[in-house]
Write a protein that binds this ligand. Structure first.
Ligand code: F6R
Length: 617
């Protein structure tokens, strides 16, 4: 959510910043801008629209200079227009700032600054922060301009309530950028005679794979050949330089039309990677060393809470069924945004999992912190290894799914479900899941990558189905048991990238109200493999059919036979145990949303109003 890139070095900053912004466009894409300094002062280019619009603007009047900051915006305060695009400036016009996050007390700070004679050009909270830092800088009486800028930033941030990842520069302080973070990610890229700042390493991995992931309350002073990290309070500490796991090739689209399609097709590998080294065939259980829990502690777990947002929450929904089924441990899935503010009564033997692809989602992070504050062991299920959730949790399981760039989450979902299955297996084998059951589950897990491969072969068939439904007014999604969260996830994908109205429901709820919506231009998608509840689903399908609602069924071979002449369109996925079915049934729904979105001419990888990694509440 909002992307920051900064550069100090010997090369021209403009192409480096622009390329970095393109890599970060998934974080926000309503406006963008750069500020680059050379001997003639700060040169700014900014405009509403995508990075392509900024690129055009920069091509008309190229800014030159070897240090600068840049930003791609997802608006929180202030309309989307050229003026509100970052960077923002202080009163002198010499200090430029880009910001990711929300300054909650900006109103009060602004009022004080207005009283001191400051005038503002924008409606943003960021401009207030720029003015605050600038006003402190101007008052500091010291010849060391770098030290002044660092101290001014430090003093200003002490007055701020809210979240920020920031990068700033000053026209009078050459080859110098200051960055700081609290609640919004910021990484320092360490190069040779050049250094970088970014919200995410993907922006800078083409230039360096050495990265320092800043912690909350860190402040970094970046120069060409050195950097210094201290806390906002002025204390210095140890910081490790990490090797980034992926290369710039891993974050390219390759031959795929969209990142989303590439990531859907990566699922045989990402699912394999989620299981790699974690299956213990000897003892028919799972090995999850990252949980940092002894066998005795795992045996004592009396309750599990799974928390997350959006797609991660839906994975948790599958996890609730899985852990209860496999381990008989009472499990609840909770919206992170609700859980963190609710006074949920929990017993001391509760184990909490924060599920998050990015590991930076503000609500999930809030839930994790609240849960830890109350003393519950809280683990992470994250993809981004350097993320705040991964670092702040008591342990966890990495997804190893590789970078997910498409804003609509796909491969991260199936990896999360695989990991929750492994957790269910591990807890189950310490309770009453037999060796035979454990062994069958492991065999079925090992078969999944090939089965996903087969499911992906249905893409053209699903495209032809999607093409039939481009004129519909919306879609209803239904499923039971393990596939109820899949109905929710299918509807979410459909909403996000086609902008069609779509909702997911437990199939049986149909007759309790939803059936009133059934009509010929509102298809119902039933996720109905031939499992223990298939006959019940069949009843619901018949109820829709009787009211002339079109039906698309995602089912297995034997289910398809029974749906002949009933469903308008049938998508047949390979058979698997009920527990693993969601990993197969979700893929046709990802593809259906994808093909329909393409058919409708939507911007699949950058759907309107959305951003990946939601670091605001
Ligand atoms: C859906 C989607 C969002 C995210 C949600 C949580 O396609 O991308 O709903 O799933 O914002 O994000 P993470 O998993 O990064 O915490």
């Amino acid at each position: 959510m909002c992307g920051i890139v900064g550069y100090v070095g010997r090369s021209e900053a403009a192409p480096i910043l622009l390329d970095g912004l393109k890599r970060l466009e998934y974080r926000g894409y309503d406006s963008a801008g750069v500020a680059i300094v050379n001997g003639e002062g700060v040169q700014t280019r900014k405009c509403a629209g995508r990075i392509a619009a900024l690129s055009k603007l920069m091509a008309q009047k190229p800014p030159s200079g070897s240090f600068g900051i840049s930003h791609t915006r997802w608006a929180t305060h202030g309309k989307v227009n050229d003026t509100n695009a970052h960077p923002h400036f202080d009163q002198s016009g010499k200090l430029a700032l880009v910001h990711n996050g929300v300054i909650e007390n900006y109103g009060a700070l602004k009022a004080q600054l207005v009283e001191q004679g400051h005038t503002f050009e924008t409606e943003t909270d960021t401009e207030v922060l720029a003015h605050l830092i600038g006003s402190i800088y101007d008052k500091i009486d010291n010849n060391d301009s770098k030290g002044r800028l660092v101290n001014a930033t430090r003093e200003a941030l002490k007055q701020v309530i809210g979240t920020y990842g920031i990068a700033l520069l000053h026209a009078d302080v050459p080859d110098f950028i200051v960055g700081a973070r609290r609640g919004s990610p910021l990484v320092l890229g360490v190069g040779r005679d050049e250094n970088f700042l970014a919200s995410d390493v993907s922006a800078i991995v083409a230039h360096t794979r050495d990265a320092v992931y800043l912690n909350d309350f860190d402040l970094v002073a970046v120069e060409r050949d050195k950097f210094e990290i201290s806390s906002i309070d002025g204390e210095t500490g140890e910081h490790q330089i990490n090797k980034v796991e992926f290369t710039s090739e891993d974050i390219s689209k390759g031959d795929y039309a969209h990142y989303m399609l590439k990531e859907i097709f990566e699922q045989p590998d990402s699912v394999r990677d989620a299981m790699r080294g974690r299956l213990n065939t000897e003892e028919c259980t799972a090995k999850l060393g990252g949980l940092n829990m002894t066998a005795a502690e795992l045996r004592d777990v009396g309750r599990v809470v799974l928390t997350g947002c959006g797609t991660a929450l839906h994975a948790g929904g599958v996890g609730e069924y899985l852990i209860e089924q496999l381990a008989s441990v009472p499990t609840e899935v909770e919206f992170a945004s609700e859980f963190r503010h609710r006074n949920t009564p929990m017993t001391r033997d509760t184990l909490v999992f924060a599920i998050s692809q990015s590991g930076e989602t503000a609500d999930t992070l809030g839930a994790l912190r609240e849960s830890r504050r109350k003393g519950y062991r809280t683990l992470g299920i994250c993809n981004n290894v350097a993320s705040t959730i991964a670092r702040e949790s008591d342990g966890g399981v990495y997804m190893h799914a590789g970078p997910e760039i498409g804003v609509a989450a796909t491969k991260s979902f199936t990896s999360q479900v695989v990991i929750l299955t492994l957790i269910g297996l591990l807890l189950g084998r310490m309770r009453n899941l037999s060796t035979a059951e454990g062994s069958r589950l492991i065999e079925a897990l090992e078969a999944l990558p090939d089965q996903i491969e087969d499911t992906l072969k249905l893409s053209d068939h699903i495209k032809s189905i999607a093409n039939k439904y481009v004129d519909v007014s919306g879609m209803l999604f239904f499923g039971r048991q393990f596939n109820y969260p899949i109905a929710l996830e299918g509807a979410l994908k459909m909403k996000e990238i086609t902008y069609l109205y779509a909702e997911g429901h437990p199939s049986a709820e149909l007759k309790h109200g939803i059936i009133a919506l059934v009509r010929p231009d509102l298809p119902s998608i039933f996720v109905a493999p031939d499992d223990g509840v298939f006959s019940k689903n069949l009843n619901n399908i018949e109820q829709v059919k009787a009211r002339k609602g079109p039906i698309i069924a995602v089912t297995t071979q034997s289910g398809a036979k029974q749906l002949k002449g009933i469903a308008n369109d049938v998508i047949v996925v390979p058979d698997a145990p009920d527990t693993l079915m969601p990993i197969l049934t979700v893929i046709p729904l990802q593809l259906l949303a994808y093909h329909l979105a393409v058919g409708l001419g939507r911007d699949v990888d950058k759907p309107r109003n959305l951003a990946k990694s939601v670091t605001v509440e």
